[in-house]
Design a protein around this ligand. Structure first.
Ligand code: G3P
Ligand code: MG
Length: 239
């Protein structure tokens, strides 16, 4: 079973920080997943939410703050005192960290709520700058963003994220022309996902933190799990 570290090694480190990605990079896993938004001055920043409240000591929407303003806050203390002062990383800073590893990088474009015009071009530009396009997977719940990525760079692997059941996944995927499906763990064992696997689609499942779930998914034949529990899953699938 292939393993992706969800927001880095987020069970033990503050999600989407360099500390979390550095920890993930030390494991022999397939890759890491991260979330990107666009700041007021159009810098790609790695954070899950549209706002910085939950994961920092600041307030406000990412889109209303410049990179310099975003960098003033602490994105580690909410998780643990020893992570005090962890800054928000840019996409470039995370890519640099993985430049000399073999990990795949799953960049999730977070245009679910705000459109962030042109974010697809900026993500592609950054991946090209670090020569990491070949090992990137660009995913989104926003399937318009996936379409735009494919149009701009047909060779880059894309994945459509699904938080819910769709009835005819293979037809939908053919229409969308995405390369893979990233499906929620709640629905992974249901019939449509089995159908997609039978039809040869790549299926990765998020966010799988329990060993029994991971084993059930392995018997189903899914291609990868995206997990917060990196060490636990590495140990489970070691042999
Ligand atoms: O990309 C998989 C997963 O991260 C999607 O959900 O909300 O954790 O970004 P979320
Ligand atoms: Mg994500």
């Amino acid at each position: 079973m292939k393993i992706y570290a969800h927001r880095g090694y987020s069970a033990r480190y503050p999600e989407n920080t360099l500390a979390s990605f550095r920890a993930a990079a030390s494991y022999p896993i397939e890759g890491v997943e991260l979330d990107v938004h666009l700041s007021k001055d159009r810098e790609l920043v790695v954070i899950h939410d549209e706002t910085i409240q939950r994961t920092s000591n600041g307030n406000g929407f990412v889109k209303d703050l410049t990179l310099q303003q975003l960098k003033q806050y602490d994105y580690g203390s909410w998780f643990g005192k020893k992570f005090k002062g962890e800054p928000i990383p840019t996409l470039g800073e995370v890519l640099q960290l993985f430049q000399h590893t073999k990990h795949r990088i799953n960049v999730e474009i977070k245009t679910d709520r705000f459109v962030y015009g042109g974010i697809e071009e900026l993500v592609l530009k950054e991946l090209i700058k670090y020569s990491m396009l070949e090992r990137a997977i660009i995913s989104s719940f926003d399937h318009e963003a996936i379409k735009r990525v494919k149009k701009l760079k047909p060779e880059v692997e894309t994945a459509a994220l699904f938080s819910n059941i769709i009835l005819q996944p293979s037809e939908y995927m053919k229409h969308l022309q995405a390369d893979a499906m990233h499906v929620s763990g709640y629905y992974a064992l249901r019939k449509p996902v089995r159908m997609a696997l039978e039809d040869g689609f790549i299926v990765r499942v998020y966010t799988v933190n329990r060993e029994d779930h991971a084993l059930a998914l392995a018997s189903l034949g899914v291609h990868a799990i995206i997990t917060n529990e990196v060490e636990k899953m590495v140990t489970l699938f070691q042999n």
